[in-house]
Design a protein around this ligand. Structure first.
Ligand code: ADP
Ligand code: ASP
Ligand code: MG
Length: 816
């Protein structure tokens, strides 16, 4: 014998009700419990409040409610069945109108009257559902649970008197039997006190009705039919990666539901647990899903954590003072005074110093809690033994639940690590000694981020995601997007790294999409749906959105954008960039970048600022951390100069080659940045600073490759014209070299940084470079006889974007 409860959405439309009828016909459950049509309970409350405030619009709301129910009947039943249902619902609406007229006249809405008003939702829905069954040829009758469930007088949150209720159900409710007995369609949620007054079991209480009925009748199983595939590892509306659970224990279900997993109303578990009846959560809209079973002997989970839930809105109250230390009875008085004011405590945490106790209450209980404390601890507050309570509103509670956490070390470490990495601050913690639940209080704005971060840490074993916010879609940025689009599936399938581009900012427009921007036509999307670019807001969004591992990728050559990096770091957003302006800015700013990245634990990745995709910075870094000392770096750091010089043999003009380098994407937007050696000097400065040399750009000695007239040209075009005119100057350079290879070398040593044009013979690490090749030769204490050499193409969209992509993946894999 099975009891099946169908929730609000499962009776929310005629189509859903037909699906419900089909499910019961096929499976033959013996008792059906239903909620009000979805949204109706909320609407009844709102209508009653409107009436109480003497706002005449309550009548129109009541009309609309009546219309919705009448339409459902018209669609589901015909002939005499329809007429009967219509007249019964109409008479209920008449009764409700009288109640509301009274509310409006008295301008008062007590919880007693509100319960009566709410009861109409289920009283109407059962009539409709029973009619739909009869229309489908199944004999069914609607049953008012006020004749079955006897409760205390706690209106709005009534609790059954077990013995009386069990007796009433056993005597009054006949489950559908093989022959003759119609299928009872029972109102969920509502009950009556011993004196016959209508009361409700608390919002979401229809689940509870099903368990109470199932327990009284000794059902073999209680089924809860809802709108999702059972209980998921987290609320699917907040955690897109949540997955359905096959089974869980009663206590786990209790903890998850108590801390916000709305899919099952917390008190539902107790009657089932007492009688050892399994509860199965099923999906009306996907009946082939086998269900999540809550039972005593739930299979142990593959993970130590079974699920994660949250309460979005709570207030954290802290009571503290020297007068609490070592004094017995404080906690008793504190929680006693709360109980007297009917304040429900959601979570408690007390420091072992006993100097403070903090606890969470619902926002609506906050004033009552403060009043209770003021009254109870008046004398202590007056003489300073206990301070005025401190309240932090806008808090959320996240609960991590699982039997498997018992005696398993490292669980809280993992929770806090994942929160810390994502910049979520934890204000209070509670873990019961049952080790079944770790509850954390965080800022409400961090709720979804915390849920997703913890979910990823426990369930997506090994999978890491990274959320890219890209600024600048020129050669490097554009290529990066192309590479991500091409390689994403392999990364996710073979390496468990998921890269999502959540934001793109171009010079005029930017677009942020929490779910990810489709990369096939990002340009059209940003243009069509983007908003005017505001990079501060862009960086802030990366920190604020509920996504783990956010990384701000600066693909501009801007001087200003790096000023936003510290702001990103402080919001726990990593920064990855090929923009040299940041690390080659003032020494003070360089220090600030390093410090904020380190202090906030947010990775800063700038491998591509020197040698593009070549492993220059990482090699240098590895040498230094492993205790080597850098004696000298001899390098060719300009892809553009390298490309032009290695091709310049007099057959084509110097200007022509520079133009070609620009077209190939080797140059900075203004090629003078490369040819004046400013760009190479910045790279040298970055390497020198990485070695610990405290230098400013002005300390670098640069012998420019360009004559001053080229540098002074007012525009890029004018510069090219001047370059043509200066062809003889460049000719003279190669003639002077007499066939030896000419290189533009940077030297970094104890004396500082020098850049100049020189010749290189065979054996010189800078000899024989081709095209855009860069080379960096490290002479160190360990590599003293022969230098360690990193060499390869050091410019170009593909290699730079590739290096940047690798940096981004490093953020995801926590390799930094
Ligand atoms: P019903 O009206 O059928 O009682 P509810 O709206 O009360 O349905 O409960 C189902 C909803 O609970 C789901 O739509 C889902 O958004 C929410 N929910 C919260 N946490 C969870 C969870 N861990 N698993 C499944 N659903 C959850
Ligand atoms: N209709 C009631 C509510 O909305 C009970 C339920 O749906 O479980 O709270
Ligand atoms: Mg519910």
């Amino acid at each position: 014998m099975k009891v099946a409860k169908f929730g609000g959405t499962s009776v929310g439309s005629p189509k859903a009700i037909r699906a419900l009828v089909g499910i019961v016909r096929e499976r033959g459950q013996s008792v059906v419990v239903v909620s009000a049509l979805s949204g109706v309970t909320d609407e009844l409350i709102a209508t009653a409040r409107t009436a109480a405030s003497r706002d005449a619009s309550w009548e129109a709301r009541l009309e609309a409610l009546g219309l919705r129910h009448a339409q459902a009947i018209a669609e589901l039943a015909s002939g005499a069945k329809r007429a009967e249902a219509e007249s019964r619902v109409a008479s209920l609406l008449g009764e409700l109108r009288e109640v509301l007229t009274g509310v409006s006249a008295l301008r008062e809405l007590s919880s007693r009257v509100l319960d009566l008003v709410m009861s109409f939702g289920e009283r109407m829905s059962t009539i409709i559902v029973a009619a739909a069954f009869r229309e489908a040829g199944v004999d069914a009758i609607d049953v008012d649970a006020r004749g079955l469930i006897v409760v205390d007088g706690d209106f709005g949150n009534a609790r059954p008197l077990r013995e009386k209720t069990d007796k009433a159900i056993r005597e009054g409710l006949k489950p559908r039997a093989a022959k003759g007995v119609p299928l009872p369609i029972v109102t969920g949620f509502i009950a009556a006190t011993e004196s016959g007054e209508t009361a409700t079991l608390g919002r979401g209480g229809s689940d509870f009705t099903a368990a109470i009925v199932g327990a009284a009748l000794g059902a073999q199983e209680v089924e809860i039919w809802t709108d999702v595939d059972g209980i998921l590892s987290a609320d699917p509306r907040k955690v897109p990666d949540a997955f359905s659970l096959d089974s869980l224990g009663y206590e786990e279900a209790m903890e998850l539901s108590h801390f916000g997993a709305k899919v099952i109303y917390p008190p539902t578990i107790q009657p089932a647990l007492d009688r050892g009846i399994p509860i199965r959560i099923l999906n009306t809209f996907n009946p082939s899903f086998g269900g999540t079973v809550i039972s005593e002997d739930a299979a142990s989970s593959a993970y130590p954590v079974r699920g994660i839930s949250s309460i979005s809105s709570t207030a954290l109250v802290r009571v503290q003072g020297p007068g609490m230390v070592g004094v017995t009875g404080i906690a008793m008085r504190l929680f006693g005074c709360m109980a007297r004011r009917r304040v429900n405590i959601i979570l408690i945490s007390q420091a072992s110093s006993e100097r403070s106790i903090c606890f969470c209450v619902s926002p609506q209980d906050r004033e009552a809690a403060l009043a209770a404390i003021a009254e109870e601890f008046g004398p202590e507050t007056a003489d300073g033994r206990i301070g005025a309570p401190i309240v932090e509103a806008d808090k959320a509670i996240v609960a991590v639940v699982g039997e498997g956490m018992k005696h398993t070390p490292g669980i809280s470490g993992k929770v806090f690590h994942s929160l810390g990495r994502n910049g979520v601050n934890v204000s209070a913690i509670a873990q019961g000694s049952s080790e079944l639940n770790i509850s954390l209080v965080v800022d409400s704005k961090d709720e979804a981020k915390a849920l997703n971060a913890v979910h990823e840490a426990f369930f997506l074993s090994g999978t890491r995601s990274v959320n890219v916010f890209l600024a600048g879609t020129g050669v490097v940025g554009g290529t990066l997007l192309k590479q991500i689009a091409e390689h994403r599936t392999v990364l996710s399938d073979d390496y468990s790294v998921r890269v999502k581009v959540a934001g793109i900012a171009r010079s005029k427009k930017m677009l942020i999409r929490e779910g990810g921007i489709p990369l096939e036509d990002w340009k059209t999307l940003v243009e069509a749906e983007g908003v005017p670019t505001d990079l501060e807001a862009f960086v802030d969004a990366a920190g604020e959105l509920a996504m783990p591992n956010a990384v701000f990728v600066d693909c501009t050559a801007s001087d200003d954008i790096p000023r936003l990096y510290p702001r990103a770091f402080r919001e726990s957003t990593a920064v990855a960039t090929p923009n040299k302006r940041a690390n080659a800015g003032s020494l003070d700013f360089y220090r600030e970048l390093m410090r904020t990245s380190r202090d906030s634990g947010s990775p800063y990745l700038y491998e591509t600022t020197a040698g593009a995709g070549l492993p220059v910075i990482s090699t240098l870094h590895d040498l230094i951390v492993s205790g080597d000392r850098i004696v000298r770096i001899e390098a060719m750091l300009s892809g553009t100069i390298g490309y032009v010089m290695s091709s310049y043999d007099g057959s084509r003009s110097f200007a022509d080659l520079v133009r070609e380098a620009k077209e190939l994407g080797y140059t900075e937007p203004d090629p003078r940045d490369d040819l004046s050696a400013a760009d190479a000097a910045r790279k040298a400065l970055i390497l020198a600073r990485e070695c610990g040399r405290e230098l400013e750009f002005a300390d670098i000695s640069i012998e420019s490759l360009l004559p001053p007239s080229c540098i002074a040209a007012p525009s890029v075009e004018a510069f090219f014209e001047e370059l043509e005119r200066q062809e003889p100057y460049f000719r003279a350079l190669i003639e002077k070299a007499k066939g030896a290879s000419l290189v533009y070398a940077a030297t970094i040593d104890d004396e500082g940084i020098r850049l100049k044009l020189r010749t290189a013979a065979i054996g010189d690490p800078l000899f024989g470079l081709r095209g855009p090749e860069n080379v960096v030769a490290f002479t160190t204490e360990r590599y003293s006889k022969l230098p360690l050499i990193v060499r390869g193409p050091g410019a170009g969209g593909e290699v730079t974007a590739g290096g940047l992509f690798a940096d981004i993946v490093r953020v995801a894999k926590s390799l930094v």
